[in-house]
Design a protein around this ligand. Structure first.
Ligand code: ATP
Ligand code: MG
Length: 314
């Protein structure tokens, strides 16, 4: 699904064509810290179309995760804000069905997966919690979900610590899929992965969206991550939306200085790496290689992994 929208100032909600799944209206969030307060999100309004990938981008501290937490019902918005899901205004205390309908995939699956539980048991727990499918069929569902995210069902008895970072993120995705939710909020889902594993996880997310008609709210500080996956990009700065635009238009004609800064930070990939990525996309890279790459790079700080040159346009 490609979202169609008309350009308009950030304070207005862009008109979008399509079946609306999620509507955020005037969402704000103020954190009180003693006598001080932080306006983390300030009057955010946006529509999300069923089946689209809306990227929410911005520099660190711009309020992206706070928006995600309000969408998911983890944080209540300040009075005056409203979240509609499938035309229903969501209550602050979410009902079971609402919790099932939207799932979160975070940056670090180690913090969201119980280290004492096998990955199969973690996925099974999601099926049990939401009573998905007959009990007798759930073990087979767990295996099928692992395979759907490109993992061997043989991994089910292993703890998260026995998996590579990319594999763990696939488990987190499988657990989100287990709930058969319509909206998946992805909060920096590939930021902790090295660039090759990141490409594979992004390809998986693209496939899953098409296959399951999922809707994504994809949060990142790195525009290059969402360039090929997002239909539209919403740019945030200091809690406010400064620009919402279709992905191609945003890269061709960034209007806000903050968007230009983010585009300026998009890494330019070296030719050898492009060739390498093509091999990955063509499937010449096995799961074992992924673990090997991560082992080799485990001593390298994330910022040192990729040669980066800045460019000002696409
Ligand atoms: N629980 C909290 N209590 C107080 N301040 C908070 C809380 N959560 C977030 N903030 C503040 O709100 C602002 C927005 O934070 P948020 O985590 O939403 O930003 P972000 O865009 O997700 O940043 P990052 O890219 O670093 O994850 C920041 O100034 C942050 O310090
Ligand atoms: Mg965040």
């Amino acid at each position: 699904m490609r979202a169609m929208q008309a350009s308009c100032p950030p304070e207005q909600v862009p008109f979008v064509m399509g079946d609306l799944l999620l509507q955020l209206r005037n969402l704000s969030k103020t954190f009180r810290l003693g006598v001080h307060s932080v306006r983390a999100v300030d009057g955010v309004s946006v529509d999300v179309i069923r089946g689209e990938c809306l990227a929410i981008v911005g520099e660190s501290g711009s309020g992206k995760s706070t928006v995600a937490n309000m969408i998911l019902g983890i944080l209540p918005p300040d009075p005056g804000g409203e979240i509609r899901f499938k035309d229903e205004v969501l209550p602050v205390r979410r009902k079971h069905g609402h919790r099932r309908a939207m799932q979160l995939v975070q940056q670090n699956p180690l913090s969201s997966l119980n280290p004492k539980r096998s990955i199969g048991a973690s996925i099974r727990l999601a099926l049990d919690a939401h009573r998905i499918g007959p009990r007798s069929e759930r073990p087979a569902r767990v295996r099928a979900l692992l395979e759907e995210v490109g993992l061997s069902a043989e991994l089910a008895p292993r703890p998260p610590s026995a998996l590579s970072g990319g594999q763990r993120q696939r488990v987190a995705i499988a657990r989100a899929l287990a709930c058969e939710s319509e909206l998946v909020v992805l909060d920096e889902p590939t930021s902790a992965l090295d660039v090759l594993v990141q490409a594979r996880v992004l390809a998986l997310l693209s496939d899953l969206r098409a296959r399951r008609n999922l809707t994504y709210a994809f949060i990142t500080h790195d525009l290059s991550v969402v360039r090929n996956i997002a239909d539209r990009i919403m740019v945030m700065e200091k809690g406010r939306i400064v620009e919402t635009e279709e992905t191609g238009s945003l890269f061709r004609n960034p209007r806000h200085i903050c968007t230009r800064r983010l585009i300026g930070a998009v890494p330019v990939i070296e030719p050898e790496e492009i060739e390498f990525r093509e091999r990955v996309r063509a499937g010449w890279w096995s799961e074992g290689d992924e673990i090997e790459t991560e082992r080799k790079q485990s001593h390298v700080e994330p910022t040192q992994q990729e040669p980066v040159r800045n460019k000002m346009s696409d």
